[in-house]
Design a protein around this ligand. Structure first.
Ligand code: F3S
Length: 294
């Protein structure tokens, strides 16, 4: 008998789930025109769903004159909220509380006279938002070389982009510790990503086949597929249920399912129910084959 197991941590993280809920609710209930500042999510099917709910994506506040603006989970610089307030837009701030925490820590460090270093990606919207909370005075450290070029002050404070790898944060702290006596480090890495990856690794060790669901352009979904392969499971990365192929499932006993952080729950459900149908077909076929050989 074939067994299908879906990872508990598969799919949307708390922050993205919350932002999607806010947006869809507002799209349904509000008579206003509703906009998100930047795409809420990179999953193509989720983007479609938002479009159908008549939620538009804009890249700058000055592109709208009225209605509602939704701030996505990455957060923004304070000046953007002010700009939206000046224009009298309704603001729904869906900044993930974990991102808000990074913004507040960075702001406090800056206020307390620390030279603020943000361990993260320079072009990432979350980092640009955090930077704005330090009057754009913080230094973004992507690679260690970025901070070797600057003159460090005697008081240094460190925060990290929520999706930063622990390894990179460690490297930065290792470099600073011997030379800075007043060093404050806030480990602001969000644990969801790590937990999802650990779970995928455990599942993959146990299962014959792993189905990984998520956008082909989603970095974290690709990483999940890589982890599953590294842990010994035959792995297929798909975006949608109709990509499942029946022959993947013959002679397979245990199947695990995981999904990237931007994969909506309804897609996971569709995939699992399609798998249940395939499972039934395959099992029926295998029993008939067995009885004919007997
Ligand atoms: Fe998601 Fe918020 Fe963490 S958006 S990855 S729960 S910081």
């Amino acid at each position: 008998v074939m067994e299908i197991k879906v990872g508990e941590r598969a799919g949307f993280c708390f922050g993205v789930d919350r932002a999607m809920d806010f947006a869809l609710k507002e799209g349904k209930e509000s008579k206003n025109s509703v906009h998100t500042l930047g795409p809420l999510i990179h999953n193509p099917q989720a983007v479609d769903k938002l479009k159908k709910a008549d939620i538009k994506v804009i890249d700058q506040i000055d592109k709208v004159d009225d209605g509602t603006i939704i701030i996505r989970s990455h957060g923004v610089r304070p000046s953007i909220i002010e700009e939206a307030e000046d224009k009298d837009l309704d603001i729904i701030n869906a900044t993930c509380p974990f991102v808000q925490r990074v913004q507040e820590k960075a702001k406090q460090l800056y206020k307390d006279g620390y030279q603020v270093l943000i361990s993260g990606d320079k072009d990432h919207p979350e980092v640009i938002g955090i930077l704005g909370h330090t009057d754009n005075q913080a230094i973004v450290v992507e690679e260690l070389s970025d901070c070797k070029e600057v003159k460090l002050k005697s008081k240094v404070g460190v925060v990290a982009q929520t999706t930063q790898s622990l390894n990179k944060l460690k490297k930065l702290v290792d470099y600073l510790l011997p030379q800075i006596s007043d060093l404050k480090v806030h480990n602001t890495i969000c644990t969801t990503t790590g937990q999802r990856q650990d779970e995928a690794a455990r599942l993959a060790q146990d299962m014959d086949l792993m189905i990984v669901i998520g956008g082909y352009n989603s970095a974290n979904t690709n990483r999940l597929a890589e982890i599953c392969r590294e842990n010994g499971a035959i792995t297929h990365h798909i975006e949608q249920a109709d990509e499942l192929q029946v022959d993947w499932f013959s002679n397979i006993k245990k199947i695990g399912v995981t999904a990237g952080a931007s994969t909506p729950n309804w897609i996971i459900k569709e995939v699992v129910s399609r798998m249940a149908e395939i499972k039934q077909d395959v099992e029926e076929k295998e029993t008939t084959e067995e009885s004919t050989t007997l």
